[in-house]
Each structure stands twice: as C-alpha cells, then as structure tokens.
Ligand binder design. Structure first.
Ligand SMILES: [Zn+2]
Length: 42
C-alpha cells in the first residue's frame, strides 16, 4: 500500500496558468499564478 507521502511526491508541479512557468510550493493563496504574474504591480 503506497504511503500518502509517495502520493504527494508523484503529483505534478503546479504551473502558472498565465505564463506556464513552474510554481514553487509556497502558499495556497498563490492559486495558479507565479510570482511574476501574481505581482499586483504587473
Ligand atoms: Zn506566470
């Protein structure tokens, strides 16, 4: 029986839905935007 840790390890990395760059796991409030696209000044 695979452990829950293995399950999460096999999940694909998040990608920014705007520019498609990979998103590092940080906070849930980031949604699907990377730092660049989530920046309010942009
Ligand atoms: Zn982006």
């Amino acid at each position: 029986m695979p452990s829950i840790l293995e399950f999460f390890r096999n999940l694909p990395k998040k990608k920014c839905m705007n520019c498609g760059s990979q998103i590092d796991e940080k906070a849930d409030c980031y949604g699907n935007l990377c730092d660049e696209c989530d920046h309010p000044a942009r």
